[in-house]
Design a protein. Structure first.
Length: 229
C-alpha cells in the first residue's frame, strides 16, 4: 500500500512533531520542513500529496511559499495561522490555498481536514476507501489495515467494520447491522452480530490495546468510536 506523503511546513518543532505523529498514525507518510525556502525545494523534489503550511516561517513566509508552489504545482495546501486577522488576508489575496486552520488546533481536526481536502482533490477514491484514525479499509480488495499492518478479517467482520466506519459515532441496532452485513434473509438471528462484534473487537484490540474502539449502547446496538488514535 502506498502511503500518501504529507509535507508539514512548521518552524515550531513541538507542533510539527505532533502533527507528524498523528498523520503517521492515520496512515500517511509525513516529513517536516522548518523553513519556507526549504518547503519550495522539497515540493519540487518529492511532489507531496498535500502540504500543511504555516504562515509565519523563517526564510520565506507561508504566503510567499504558497505563491511559489502554485507556479510549479497544484498540490492541495492547508494553511495554518495563529492570528484570526491573517485569515482575511489569506482569503483576500487569493493565494491558492485549499483550506486554513487557526491555531491552537486539535491534531485530530488537522487529520480530518487533510482527509477531506484529499478526498475533494481525488474524488474517484471516495467509494473505494474508508479510513478513521489508524484504521483503513480498501473496499475493492477487502483489505483492512491498522497502522499500516494487515488486519485478518472474515468477510462478515470486514463488512461489519465497513458499516461502522462509514458513520463513526452513529449507533447501529443489531437488526440494522444484520441487514447491512448479511442480508434481510437472516432476520431473527441478531445474536450472530454479537459474535462478530466480539471477534472484531479482539482483533482490533490486538493492534490498538487500551482503546475502546467499538462501544456497546445497551438496549440499542453498537457504534464505532470517533476518537481513535
Amino acid at each position: 500500500m502506498t502511503h500518501k506523503h504529507i509535507l508539514i511546513v512548521e518552524d515550531e518543532q513541538k507542533i510539527a512533531a505532533l502533527l507528524k505523529e498523528y498523520l503517521e498514525k492515520a496512515g500517511y507518510r509525513a516529513t517536516i520542513a522548518g523553513r519556507g525556502d526549504q518547503a519550495v525545494a522539497q515540493v519540487r523534489k518529492s511532489s507531496p500529496a498535500l502540504m500543511l503550511l504555516d504562515i509565519m516561517l523563517p526564510g520565506m513566509d507561508g504566503i510567499a511559499v504558497c505563491r511559489e508552489v502554485r507556479k510549479v504545482s497544484n498540490l492541495p495546501i492547508i494553511m495554518t495561522t495563529a492570528k484570526v486577522e491573517e485569515i482575511d488576508r489569506l482569503l483576500g489575496l487569493e493565494i491558492g490555498a485549499d483550506d486554513y486552520i487557526c491555531k491552537p488546533f486539535s491534531p485530530r481536526e488537522v487529520v480530518a481536514r487533510v482527509k477531506a481536502v484529499l478526498r475533494r482533490s481525488n474524488p474517484e477514491t471516495v467509494e473505494k476507501n474508508l479510513a478513521l484514525g489508524p484504521i483503513a479499509l480498501d473496499e475493492n480488495t477487502h483489505l483492512a489495515l491498522v497502522s499500516g499492518q494487515t488486519l485478518d478479517l472474515t468477510p462478515s467482520e470486514f463488512s461489519l467494520l465497513q458499516v461502522l466506519i462509514s458513520q463513526p459515532g452513529r449507533v447501529f441496532s443489531r437488526d440494522e447491522l444484520l441487514a447491512r452485513v448479511q442480508g434481510y434473509d437472516c432476520e431473527g438471528y441478531d445474536r450472530t452480530i454479537d459474535s462478530h462484534i466480539k471477534n472484531l473487537r479482539k482483533k482490533l484490540a490486538d493492534h490498538l490495546p487500551g482503546q475502546e474502539i467499538i462501544t456497546t449502547v445497551y438496549g440499542i446496538g453498537y457504534k464505532l468510536s470517533c476518537t481513535l488514535q
